[in-house]
Design a protein around this ligand. Structure first.
Ligand code: HEC
Length: 138
């Protein structure tokens, strides 16, 4: 019985650690993606460097999200539109992640990328935010 409890406890600890991983906020996501020297979300990082640093999010963005967010299709906030994305950011990271994963009005669940992990979606959002110069503490 104790062994069973031990296994159950370990399992729950692993699950909660995993969930915490995917609950990472925007600043936390940026920190993990970017080597400390390149954290500078004020727009002064050379574009090439950002592209390399945020390569994981960029790939998913280009393949799936840009279809709508590149041009602002159907009221989608446009890539690079700092004001629109800052407004969205103010809703809170959890809400945004929830909407991106499960869908919200014109926003399809996972932006139609069914095989994307939560982590990949999170990185894609972080990529959009950095490219749109959303300040981490706004
Ligand atoms: C079919 C078009 C479409 C695709 C593809 C798409 N989006 Fe969206 N997205 C939208 C629209 C439209 C909205 C605005 C919804 C609203 O507020 O009315 C939106 C809103 C959002 C929001 C803000 C949600 C909120 O609560 O304000 C995030 C974050 C987001 N998209 C991320 C993504 C990511 C990441 C991808 C790619 C993996 C993606 N989107 C792909 C159409 C799209």
């Amino acid at each position: 019985m104790n062994v069973f409890k031990g296994i159950l406890f370990t399992f729950m600890a692993v699950v909660s650690a995993y969930q915490k991983q995917d609950d990472l906020s925007y600043p936390e996501t940026i920190k993990r993606l970017a080597p400390p020297a390149t954290i500078n979300i004020g727009g002064t990082v050379p574009e090439k460097e950002i592209a390399e640093t945020f390569a994981p999010g960029q790939k998913v963005y280009q393949k799936y999200c840009s279809v709508c967010h590149g041009y602002g299709v159907a009221g989608a906030p446009k890539m690079g539109d700092k004001e629109s994305w800052t407004e969205r950011y103010k809703k809170g990271w959890q809400t945004l992640m929830n909407h991106a994963l499960n869908g919200y009005k014109g926003m399809p669940a996972r932006g139609h990328c069914v095989k994307c992990s939560d982590k990949e979606i999170r990185e894609a959002i972080a990529y959009i935010f950095t490219q749109s110069n959303v300040e981490q503490n706004e």
